[in-house]
Design a protein around this ligand. Structure first.
Ligand SMILES: *Cc1c(COP(=O)(O)O)cnc(C)c1O
Length: 411
């Protein structure tokens, strides 16, 4: 493929996932929301939309149980709480993720233990997880970052050899596949987010999936204040919140499900197109997807070599923004999760620092020398927003802009 170099003064506005230009919200959602409102029943305990959503999502992923909830953070909380760690037990997770995937561990009284990442994919691996395992490890959470699947075969082998359940955070990875299987269905529990910027959206919302009947029962109860709806002598059985999705949100989500496949296909097609257009550009590497994996391209991430491109990812981002109006995010999250105040200063409940007071010192040792992949990964990453509504013109514009910026910057 060749690139058609546009005049460098021309600015093209790209579709954005923050408004209608880059979302698939339309008449189908409006019709179902209107239908939901006309029923007069907006709680999912009595309505049909959330139930339909759960059944349909389970069917699509070919999984036994799916439950809707209020956010991706709620989904992760439900997963951790379903596994029911003792206070001070450890949950291995990743140093590069959304905070909504970490604070639920603390709310459940467990200690997040951070695994380093492979700087090539920004994902945890069996190799980075292994040194974090201890007598107190109760669960492993893997995040398929940017839609690119982790190497699950190796991770599951390690986890199963120690009998440790695996939670897949698939908030960024709708319909991504590892060795032909949808992520979220490989581990014990999968967690999705329907937040504004994910592949499909209801503004806020979440979904949890599992094939395990006992975990499913606990997830259902944890969504519903642990009230045993339908039981002979129902009671509130244990500590739990109200994480129920409402029917209006359920109606939007149900309509969005029909568009999920298209969104992922489009993102894949245009991402592959960009990767081809960037072949041979000095100082950048296009996304690495391991053989056997299919990414769903939540974002499109470049690795920028600061030795070739002075200023590295930050310099390239600045040029793309100033000269072509292309927004991108160097570093993704500004710092590894463990350097955020909540973790670094252990700000939890009052001044108690609980549950950190129960932690083994090694579990909360965040020395940078333990995280070489994380630091080098964040140093080189440039995150480009990606979108199902990008067309050929958008992709060529992005490619031309990168070619041009690198030509001007590179040594
Ligand atoms: C978005 C996201 C979450 C949290 O989802 P919310 O709906 O924003 O609470 C958790 N994990 C990952 C990887 C995410 O991208």
């Amino acid at each position: 493929m060749t690139t058609t170099v546009l005049p460098s003064t021309e600015i093209l506005t790209l579709p954005s996932d923050q408004d209608a230009s880059g979302r698939t919200l339309g008449e189908e959602e409006i019709a179902l929301v209107a239908e939901a409102i006309r029923t007069g029943t907006l709680t999912s305990t009595k309505g049909q939309f959330v139930k339909k959503l759960e059944n349909r999502f389970a069917e699509i992923l070919d999984v036994k149980h799916a439950y809707a909830c209020t956010s991706g953070s709620a989904a992760v909380h439900l997963a951790v709480a379903a596994i029911d760690p003792e206070p001070g037990d450890e949950v291995i997770t990743t140093s590069i993720t959304d905070m909504g995937a970490l604070t639920p561990i603390l709310y459940q009284g467990a200690i997040p233990v951070f695994a380093d990442v492979d700087p090539k994919t920004w994902n945890v691996t069996a190799e980075t997880i292994e040194p974090c395992l201890s007598e107190r490890t109760r669960a492993i959470i893997v995040t398929h970052l940017f839609g690119n699947p982790c190497e699950m075969a190796e991770i599951m082998q390690l986890a199963q050899s120690r009998n440790i359940p695996v939670i897949e955070d698939t908030a960024q990875a709708f319909l991504a596949k590892h060795h032909g299987r949808y992520v979220a269905t490989i581990g014990d529990i999968g967690c999705f987010s329907l937040q504004q910027g994910k592949h499909i959206t209801t503004g806020e919302g979440g979904l949890v999936v599992t094939n395990d009947d006992a975990l499913a029962r606990r997830i259902f109860l944890l969504i519903n204040k642990a009230f045993g709806y339908g039981d002979p002598n129902p009671d509130h059985y244990f500590i739990a919140l109200n994480y129920r999705m409402n029917e209006i949100t359920g109606a939007v989500a149900l309509a969005q499900l029909d568009k999920m496949y298209w969104s992922v296909q489009q993102r894949r097609r245009t991402a592959n197109q960009l990767s081809e257009l960037l072949i041979g550009v000095r100082g950048i590497e296009t996304p690495y997807v391991a053989p056997g994996n299919e990414s769903s391209y939540w974002k499109y991430c470049l690795r920028v070599d600061g030795a070739v491109i002075p200023g590295g990812a930050v310099g390239l981002a600045k040029k793309l923004k100033e000269e072509r109006g292309i927004f991108s995010a160097p570093r993704y999250i500004q710092k590894p999760a463990f350097q955020c105040q909540v973790l670094a200063e252990q700000r939890t409940f009052g001044n108690s620092r609980w549950p950190f007071t129960l932690a083994r010192p090694e579990a909360v040792d965040y020395s940078p020398s333990k995280f070489p992949g994380t630091f080098s990964g964040l140093e080189s990453i440039l995150v480009l927003p990606w979108n199902e509504r990008y067309n050929d013109e958008h992709v060529h514009y992005i490619a031309d802009s990168i070619h041009q910026a690198v030509n001007e910057l590179a040594n």
